[in-house]
Write a protein that binds this ligand. Structure first.
Ligand code: SF4
Length: 283
């Protein structure tokens, strides 16, 4: 992307940025919570949970001192509860090793449980307005199509770094993510309203984003999946304990106790469920 294209995209996109509650904050903990919640989850589902979470746990210390079961109850319905446990573990580490302040260095952020390259960079870019490029699935797709290249993960990061407008990282990163979510969408990109269409290198050939790393791939069916069965049990456990003999029923796996046992064991291994005699509960 040449500087004119970058300017054109900034002019077009900044006034259109979505009004999301975490965008008003420059607090690293708020940004970290929002980014963890938003992974693989629709923004509309994240907003009420994010607001409730920040009311209850406005600091890493508040989160670290809470029981994991309380966090999981609040998280119920968002899916992927492993993220919630990672956030709890990260809060504890922040309290123990960083005096309760989310660190502001990439390496320290990357050492926190559940924090990968995208999340670590997002904290620096969105809380501290540091000049770092963040590459989520939306950004990776835009970069791949705009350059008409199938990009490996490192190449995506390197292209993102090379086009980052210094001093405007906060706006640029936010708008690329919105642009990918709303215009250069995974299915049926809206090229007819795209402000950089004449500069886009993707022609009529195969979509280069499909073979790029970091872009979203078609998800396996949710109906009937292990994820659905685990989620059902977690939802019931957010309300009450479940007897071991009733676990298959709570998972919707009546008659398949072998599979239910395997899934229960995986939840115990992940630290999301404890078995207490005949009962299963949240930790
Ligand atoms: S022209 Fe289409 S494919 Fe290219 S960047 Fe715009 S929306 Fe994406």
């Amino acid at each position: 992307m040449n500087p004119q294209v970058i300017d054109a995209l900034l002019d077009w996109g900044v006034p259109r940025l979505r009004d999301l509650p975490w965008r008003a904050s420059r607090d690293r903990w708020s940004v970290l919570v929002s980014e963890v919640m938003a992974q693989q989850t629709q923004v509309s589902r994240v907003i009420p949970k994010y607001e409730a979470f920040m009311r209850e746990y406005p600091t890493p210390a508040a989160c670290a001192s809470a029981a994991l079961s309380d966090l999981l109850k609040l998280w119920s319905g968002l899916g992927y509860p492993r993220r919630c446990k990672n956030l709890h573990d990260a809060a504890r580490r922040i309290v123990e090793e960083h005096q309760g302040v989310v660190p502001g260095e990439l390496e320290s952020l990357l050492s926190l449980p559940g924090v990968g390259p995208y999340t670590a960079r997002a904290v620096l870019a969105f809380a501290d307005a540091r000049d770092v490029a963040v590459v989520d699935t939306n950004v990776a797709r835009v970069l791949s199509r705009a350059t008409n290249r199938s990009l490996a993960a490192r190449e995506s990061q390197s292209v993102a770094d090379s086009v980052l407008p210094i001093g405007r990282a906060w706006e640029w990163n936010q708008l690329l993510m919105d642009f990918g979510a709303q215009v250069c969408t995974a299915r049926l990109p809206r090229c007819n309203v795209c402000p950089i269409e004449e500069h886009c290198a993707w022609n009529d050939g195969p979509d280069p984003a499909r073979s790029s790393a970091l872009t979203s791939k078609p998800q396996a069916r949710f109906d009937g999946s292990d994820r659905q069965a685990r989620g059902r049990l977690m939802k019931v456990l957010a309300e009450r304990g479940v007897r071991r003999r009733d676990v298959s029923g709570s998972m919707g796996l009546q008659g398949d106790s072998q599979r239910a046992t395997r899934l229960l064991e995986s939840l115990v291994r992940d630290g999301l469920v404890v078995i207490d005699g005949e009962w299963c509960r949240l930790p």
